[in-house]
Design a protein around this ligand. Structure first.
Ligand SMILES: [Zn+2]
Length: 77
C-alpha cells in the first residue's frame, strides 16, 4: 500500500467496511508513514465533528490501536 491508496481507503478504514486484510495493510502503512497517520487523525476529527460514524464490523478500534503499536515497535525500534 502507498499513500495514495491509503488516502483513497481512509473512509472505509474508519467506518470498518473494508476487509480485514485490507485493514491490516492500512495499519502496516500507518505504522510506517507519519504523514498518513496525521492525515487519519485529522480525518477522524473532522468526521467526529460532523457527527461521527458508527463502528463497523472490522477490527475494533482498541485492537487496531494495539496492532498499530505493535507494528510501530517492530518498524521503529
Ligand atoms: Zn502514507
Amino acid at each position: 500500500m502507498n499513500c495514495a491508496e491509503f488516502v483513497e481507503l481512509v473512509t472505509e478504514f474508519l467506518d470498518g467496511s473494508m476487509s480485514e486484510s485490507a485493514e491490516l495493510s492500512c495499519v502496516v502503512h500507518l505504522a510506517r508513514c507519519e504523514g498518513c497517520e496525521t492525515y487519519l487523525d485529522q480525518f477522524r476529527q473532522t468526521t467526529a465533528a460532523l457527527g461521527g460514524t458508527l463502528p463497523g464490523p472490522g477490527i475494533p478500534a482498541a485492537a487496531r490501536e494495539q496492532l498499530l503499536e505493535a507494528f510501530r515497535g517492530a518498524t521503529r525500534p
